[in-house]
Design a binder for this molecule. Structure first.
Ligand code: CTP
Ligand code: MG
Length: 228
């Protein structure tokens, strides 16, 4: 079966800070709830692990208890970095979870199709991540803000979540990262260090991460368009 882990324990600094952006409402529904409801519609997803700040655990448990259409869930406490939050969430994996999806709670516009495609590819290849082709040219820069070089745009992939992995692979990657004090900005970067080849699953440009205040308006526009 598939278990999904949702980091939602960040400090929302770029949103303005002082509150958890995952509780903001999009068309009348909190972002976190919207995300969890979408994953709950996927047949193969059987368990949800939600990671929030220590002072939010009780509130979130109450919020989720009031929802009828969620798969079985647990709420736990996050850490100072996204990676530490997820490491903590992984402790709650049910024994029969063979495929683990990690998904930013702050990506409420994820499609059922992409979730299914990531699960399929994770089963087949061991690791798979949702991504879209880069629209912009990307520059590699130095510490003084000068361009070092320009990698070919065709080889640039902008990665999102969900990122899905076979259980043993993900747990091994998190152990290795902890042992070697490696801090990555996504889950795949930890797994890549094991030498596992990660499959890119083409996702949608609609699967934005709610990061800055403009993103709320963009997400509401996407919702109104009926694409989601
Ligand atoms: N996250 C987490 N624990 C952290 C940091 C982030 O669980 N220590 C979660 C966020 O809550 C979010 C997801 O990881 O759902 C993606 O992170 P990001 O969009 O960067 O959110 P924040 O870290 O909260 O925002 P910012 O970087 O602007 O402070
Ligand atoms: Mg962050």
């Amino acid at each position: 079966m598939v278990a999904a882990v949702f980091p939602a324990a960040g400090s929302s600094t770029r949103m303005g800070g002082g509150f958890n952006k995952n509780f903001l409402e999009l068309a009348g529904e909190p972002i976190l709830i919207r995300t969890l409801k979408t994953f709950s519609q996927v047949e193969r997803v059987k368990f949800l692990i939600v990671i929030v700040a220590a002072h939010e655990v009780e509130t979130v448990e109450k919020l989720l208890s009031a929802e009828k259409n969620l798969k079985p869930w647990r709420v736990t406490v996050g850490g100072s970095e996204r990676q530490f939050s997820i490491a903590n969430g992984l402790k709650l994996l049910p024994d029969d979870a063979e495929i683990i999806l990690v998904h930013d709670a702050a990506r409420p516009l994820i499609s059922l199709q992409t979730i299914d495609n990531v699960i399929d590819a994770a089963e087949k290849f061991g690791g798979a991540i949702a991504a879209v082709p880069a629209k912009d040219t990307i520059k590699i820069i130095d510490a003084e803000n000068f361009v070092k070089f320009t990698p070919p745009r065709k080889e640039m992939s902008v990665v999102q979540t969900p990122q899905g992995f076979k259980r043993e692979i993900l747990l091994r990657a998190y152990e290795k990262a902890a042992e070697e004090n490696f801090l990555g900005t996504d889950d795949s970067s930890l797994v890549e260090r094991l030498g596992v080849r990660i499959k890119i699953v083409t996702s949608s440009y609609d699967n934005i991460k709610i990061t800055t205040p403009e993103d709320i308006h963009i997400a509401e526009t996407i919702l109104r368009s009926g694409r989601k």
